[in-house]
Each structure stands twice: as structure tokens, then as C-alpha cells.
Design a protein. Structure first.
Length: 464
């Protein structure tokens, strides 16, 4: 007997599914909106979520990762339209167990439901003690980041190779170090190879080392980076920049963990683990013939794709407050607060340089507003203030009028989300929240009460 949640606004379908699930002996719950479904999932540890794509308050596909983050991590089966291969593909990429054409859902539900429940039972039997991931230096609690942390935890408990991809400034090296520091190799070296910075003529000797007299200027033998990584981790930063000739040599080393220093006849062994990072799409590089397919497949036992900051803007408040706290400590000044429109301006910007650019921007802000107790948009660099102003001046042609919320409802939605983020950044402390936001204590308590966020209640706001 399983706990199953049906999420569909079609009440006839829901009634038929309730009948079918009841006959099979399962506990079943029904939600006609995504918001109601999230509230139910917070209270009940579901095994399966049967989810329609087209819901009145959003697209069900976008909520698959949200359902997967709940304590029970339910398997999600999507209802798609007839022949809707795009939705089916997106559902699988988002972590869905499977999909069924909605027109045939009553007749075709049993096989995928049975397989999904069998899979959950096998997972339950093989479950090990939960792994505590130390991620002190990585900031972010968004759904996209939590999915990355899940893979980091799995990779840290394994000896398999890891490929981390993402744009410049997304934190690939931080994730590589998190994998190393949480692994059984944490007490050994993590050796970084900057593949983009090494000249092609030197990269082989840098990796493998060389014997004395191997080439002009080799006055003495030197160990390579692979030797120094013995027992630890070899971090190949920007692995997509490795020249094809070195890719071939390194593939053999990766397969056999044996190598020969340049100019030497003696083979050596090194027990290293590889974590590689790239800002390129290596699949395209393989198709173009600039990266070996066999090396690519060897590197990606685990794959972590770090989202750009523009796709996880819900983390901007926490990232900003972390950076402000760090800068205040460094400069030995009182912790600064931020105005709501300061955060709004940051969120309006696309951050092509990602987290690295955000932190550099905060350095600029401190240089311009060292003595300010509260930071406002005029402390921000011009490029961000221009981006913020364009948000007000440019017509939002892409936003259909029927999708706009009434002003009062939109204002309350913003206030509730801001209060949630503020209290997380302040770690639940009202005095600190007042300092950060510039809101008076009386007004803060008024907002906390209005949105049922008083500390004694601690009721989280569902979000996709």
C-alpha cells in the first residue's frame, strides 16, 4: 500500500483515478492546484505524485524538482497530451519517473505505477545512513543548487570520476573542493591543473614530469602534477582546452593509472581520482572532433551542471548578505543593511559573470559606500542601475495581460517572499532582520503576523 498524490484540475479524471487507486489498496490524495499539492506534500510523505502538465496556476513540469526535494522524494509520473514528445522529454530531464498520455491514463497507469513502486522498494532496502555534506563555502538553497548538492554527496562517497560544467564564475572549483573535502581522500592533496593556462609544449611535462636532460633546459628531474596527486584528487580545470595530443596520452593514464615521465623509460603508478571542470559543452566538442569521445565518457561517471546565477535568482539575497558580512568583517565595520530596492536592482540584472561578478560588484559597492549603514541602488555600479531602470521603462510584451496578478495580490506576494528571504538571511533573528532591511521592529512584526511567519509558527512558504 502506497501514499499517492493526484494533481489535476480535471475533476472527472481525479474521480476515476481515486476509484482505481482505492481498488488497488493505495491511500490517495487529490489536489486541483499546484499550490494545494505543495501544501499536501509538506504534510504527507508521498511515494508517488501523478502530475498533470497544464495546471491553472502553472506548468507541472516546472514543479517536478520541487516535489523531488521533499523528505520522501516521491517518484513523479507526468500526464502529457497526445504526441507531446517535448513535454515527455522535458519531464524525464527534470527527474520524472515516467509519463503517460492523459487520454489513456486510466488504462495505462498500472504498469508504470507498479514499476515505480518496485523501484522505491529497492531503494528503501539499499538505503544507507544519510551523508552529511559539508558545504560551508558554497552559498545557495534554491532547487537547482540543492539538486547539485545531492550529486556532490553521492560523488563524495564514491571513487568515480566527476565532470562539473557551468559558465565562468558559477563556482566549479568550489564544487570540486567540496567533493574532495567530503571524500575519503580529504587528508591528501587536491592538485589543480589549469588546462587553459599551460602552453601545449609544456603541458605534457607539467602533467607527467620529466627526467633530467629530457629537453633543453631540463637540468634536473621533476615530478609531474599526477605524481603530486597520488592518493588525492587531480582537478582538471577547463579540461575542454586540453590539446588532442595530450587527450590521447591522458586517456591511457586515466584507464591504467600508470604514466611515463617525459624522457624516461620507467613507468610509474599514481592512485589519483579525477574531477574535471569545463565551461564548454563537451558534447558539441565531441561532435566537432575537438574532444575525444572516449575521454569524455571516462570523465563523466558523475556529471554536475552548475546553473548560472540568472537561473537561480532566489539565491541572490543569501549570496549578497554572505558577501556583505564577509566584507564588513574584513573592513572591521558594523554590519550593513540593504534596502528592498537594492535587492530588487540586483535581481533585475542578468549577471553574465555569475557569482564571481556579484562578489566583485559588492566590492565596488563597499568602495563607494563605505560609511553607509544601509545600501541603496545608488551605491550600485552604473550598469546594474541602468538594467534596473530598463525594467521599468521597457514594455513587458512577453507577459500576457491575463497572466498578471491584481496589484494588491502581487504586492502581497512580493512582501511574503521578501520576508521569507529576509528571515532566512537573518537566521530567524528579528533584530538582525531589522538591521538588514531597515524595517522597524514594529513593522517587521506586523508583516510576520500578516503572512503567518511569526517565529513560533515557522511555516515555510511553498515555492516551485
Amino acid at each position: 500500500m502506497a501514499d499517492i498524490l493526484v494533481v489535476d484540475d480535471d475533476r472527472d479524471i481525479c474521480r476515476m483515478l481515486e476509484t482505481r487507486l482505492g481498488r488497488s489498496g493505495h491511500n490517495h490524495f487529490v489536489a486541483h492546484t499546484l499550490a494545494d499539492a505543495l501544501r499536501l506534500a509538506e504534510r504527507v510523505e508521498f511515494d508517488i505524485v501523478l502530475l498533470d502538465v497544464q495546471m491553472p496556476d502553472g506548468n507541472g513540469l516546472e514543479y517536478i524538482p520541487r516535489f523531488r526535494t521533499f523528505a520522501s522524494s516521491p517518484e513523479v509520473i507526468i500526464f502529457t497530451g497526445r504526441g507531446d514528445s517535448d513535454s515527455a522529454g522535458k519531464a524525464i530531464r527534470s527527474g520524472a519517473w515516467g509519463y503517460i498520455e492523459k487520454a489513456n491514463v486510466i488504462n495505462e497507469l498500472a504498469p508504470p505505477l507498479t514499476r515505480a513502486l518496485e523501484y522505491r522498494e529497492e531503494k528503501r532496502k539499499s538505503r544507507v545512513a544519510p551523508f552529511h555534506l559539508n558545504r560551508d563555502r558554497i552559498i545557495g538553497r534554491s532547487i537547482r543548487m540543492n539538486a547539485c548538492f545531492d550529486i556532490v554527496a553521492k560523488a563524495a562517497g564514491s571513487e568515480a570520476n566527476v565532470l562539473i560544467s557551468g559558465e565562468t564564475g558559477t563556482g566549479k572549483e568550489l564544487f570540486a573542493r567540496a567533493i574532495h573535502e567530503n571524500s575519503s581522500r580529504a587528508d591528501r592533496n587536491i592538485v589543480t591543473v589549469d588546462c587553459a593556462a599551460l602552453p601545449e609544449t609544456l603541458i605534457e611535462s607539467a602533467l607527467f614530469g620529466h627526467s633530467r636532460g629530457a629537453f633543453t633546459g631540463a637540468d634536473q628531474a621533476r615530478d609531474g602534477l599526477i605524481t603530486h596527486a597520488d592518493g588525492g584528487v587531480l582537478f582538471l580545470d577547463e579540461v575542454g582546452e586540453l590539446p588532442p595530443s595530450i587527450q590521447k596520452s591522458f586517456l591511457r593514464v586515466l584507464q591504467e593509472h600508470r604514466y611515463r615521465p617525459v624522457g624516461s623509460l620507467e613507468e610509474r603508478a599514481s592512485s589519483f581520482r579525477v574531477v574535471a571542470a569545463t565551461n564548454r559543452n563537451l558534447e558539441i566538442c565531441v561532435q566537432q572532433g575537438t574532444f575525444r569521445s572516449d575521454l569524455y565518457f571516462r570523465l563523466q561517471a558523475f556529471t554536475i551542471h552548475l546553473p548560472p546565477l540568472r537561473e537561480r535568482k532566489e539565491d541572490i539575497v543569501e549570496l549578497t548578505m554572505h558577501c556583505i558580512g564577509r566584507l564588513c568583517d574584513r573592513m572591521k565595520v558594523e554590519l550593513k543593511g540593504v534596502s528592498p530596492d537594492f535587492i530588487e536592482a540586483l535581481a533585475s540584472y542578468d549577471w553574465p559573470g555569475n557569482v564571481r561578478e556579484l562578489f566583485q560588484t559588492m566590492e565596488e559597492v563597499f568602495a563607494n559606500g563605505t560609511h553607509a549603514r544601509i545600501l541603496f541602488p545608488h551605491h550600485l555600479p552604473e550598469r546594474i542601475r541602468i538594467s534596473h531602470s530598463r525594467g521599468y521603462l521597457t514594455p513587458k510584451d512577453r507577459e500576457p495581460a491575463e497572466n498578471l496578478l491584481p496589484w494588491r495580490q502581487a504586492k502581497e506576494k512580493f512582501e511574503a517572499e521578501y520576508i521569507d528571504r529576509l528571515m532566512r538571511a537573518a537566521q530567524g533573528r528579528t533584530r538582525k532582520a531589522c538591521e538588514i532591511s531597515g524595517i522597524s521592529k514594529a513593522r517587521l512584526y506586523q508583516l510576520l503576523g500578516k503572512y503567518d511567519r511569526l517565529p513560533s509558527r515557522r511555516t515555510p512558504l511553498p515555492s516551485p
